[in-house]
Design a protein around this ligand. Structure first.
Ligand SMILES: Nc1ncnc2c1ncn2[C@@H]1O[C@H](COP(=O)(O)OP(=O)(O)OP(=O)(O)O)[C@@H](O)[C@H]1O
Ligand SMILES: [Mg+2]
Length: 402
């Protein structure tokens, strides 16, 4: 089977998906800027160089031309900003898979919301606004607390919680550069995710994870060590409404074959409210987190779904796992790591991975990457113990920079 895979080495976890495709028996043609990266050389049968991977029309033209009439069996992408180029290429080449219209439902927030609403599923009440007057009108109609965010947003950039008129005044000044915003009812509650690997719209793998704290709080406060914890038992009544919601959203949007990653809120009364969804694998090392949870290889499972239309046996989850992202104190280069040895002495058996920046490495920009200055993964069969261990990492392991 011939698979064209867009951006097979970026973001970094794409390298593992590319090797998964090769292991599943695909002949992979990678598409990216420049020369084929060494990290995927052994896994690809060919390479198509493009000038601008983010320029959809250019990618479609260049790849169609380079293929010279050869029709691949699949065209795939798992990086958010190129999933629409993959759909456009499928349409252009007559390749099976999700159409551009289906992919728009996963990419464009207003379209996504309209389709989720039309299916009668619960999402925050939302208004769009492109002038200050429209924002005020929406704010008065919906009432506080509210969230304001760009229609074309990512990474929680320019996203604000509004609790008062004074808040709104301040935020409007900061939003001058954003052409269009969504004004939404603020959903009180815990923030969860729901992931799947689907074959023709049917989930063959499912996962639920919990953000502690919310993605927004984690993105706004440098001192926080964000935690993402996987849920071991998806039948737990605490999360079951989110699983039901997730399955319904996937049906409503016409998912085909591949990964999905949804965010949802659990209200204090236990209801699930839709946040957003993407037709790609989750970032923030969450595929690794899910692998540690199930002792599985989801890079390969996704590839099997793409290549063979099925995945191998995936057993029950032996663990709840949690990843803790660390941000160094101070600026510059990592100077010291405190508390790690003591933590490993006490709990080493529960530590699945230590992936902190080494001494001397320059800090990453925490505002630009959720990966921050590294992470630890802990796991335990008992989710209560898992989160206690993760919180201990958050509060007792520290990186210093200077
Ligand atoms: N209506 C809402 N109620 C409560 N919190 C919200 C709401 N909308 C957004 N948030 C918070 O803001 C974060 C970012 O919003 P959202 O996920 O919609 O945008 P994004 O910028 O595309 O996100 P990402 O960080 O996933 O790229 C959410 O993860 C959540 O913590
Ligand atoms: Mg989000």
């Amino acid at each position: 089977m011939l698979v064209v895979f867009l951006s097979p080495a970026y973001p970094p976890e794409m390298v593992s998906f590319t090797h998964g495709l090769a292991a599943a028996g695909a002949r992979v043609i990678g598409v990216g800027e420049g020369a084929a990266p060494d990290s995927v050389r052994g896994a690809i049968a060919g390479w198509i160089a493009v000038d601008r991977i983010l320029d959809r029309d250019h990618v479609v033209e260049r790849v169609a031309e380079a293929l010279g009439g050869v029709r691949p069996d699949r065209v795939e992408a798992l990086w958010e900003v190129v999933v629409d180029a993959a759909a456009a290429l499928r349409a252009r080449l007559g390749v099976a898979g999700m159409s551009p219209d289906v992919v728009v439902g996963f990419r464009d927030k207003p379209t996504m919301r309209a389709r989720v609403d039309a299916a009668g599923l619960r999402a925050p009440r939302t208004r769009r606004a492109s002038t200050v007057a429209e924002v005020w009108a929406a704010a008065r109609e919906l009432g506080p607390p509210l969230v304001i965010k760009p229609v074309a947003g990512a990474g929680s950039a320019d996203t604000y919680v509004i609790r008062s008129e004074a808040d709104l005044d301040r935020v409007l000044a900061a939003l001058q550069h954003v052409p269009e915003v969504q004004v939404e009812e603020f959903v009180q509650g815990e923030e969860f995710t729901y992931e799947t690997i689907c074959v023709d719209g049917a989930p063959v793998y499912e996962s639920v994870c919990r953000y502690e704290p919310s993605a927004l709080d984690a993105r706004k406060n440098e001192w926080i060590s964000p935690i993402i914890q996987s849920v071991r038992d998806l039948d737990d009544p605490y999360v079951a409404p989110g699983v039901t919601l997730g399955r319904a959203v996937i049906r409503a949007l016409g998912m085909g074959t591949g990964f999905t990653h949804m965010e949802w809120f659990r209200t204090p009364s236990g209801d699930a409210v839709f946040g957003e969804i993407a037709c790609r694998s989750p970032g923030a090392n969450m595929v690794d987190l899910m692998n540690y949870t199930g002792d599985v290889d989801l890079y390969r499972a996704w590839a099997d779904a793409v290549v063979h239309g099925r995945v191998g046996a995936i057993g029950d989850r032996p663990y709840s796992a949690a990843i803790v992202f660390k941000r160094a104190r101070g600026r510059g280069r990592i100077r010291a790591i405190h508390g790690l040895e003591a933590f490993l002495r006490a709990h080493g058996g529960s530590v699945a991975r230590v992936d902190l920046l080494p001494i001397g490495a320059p800090r990453r920009d925490w505002t630009q990457t959720f990966l921050s200055d590294g992470n630890l993964v802990v796991r335990d069969p008992d989710p209560t113990r898992t989160i206690a261990l993760a919180r201990a990492v958050a509060t007792t392991v520290h990186l210093d920079a200077g």
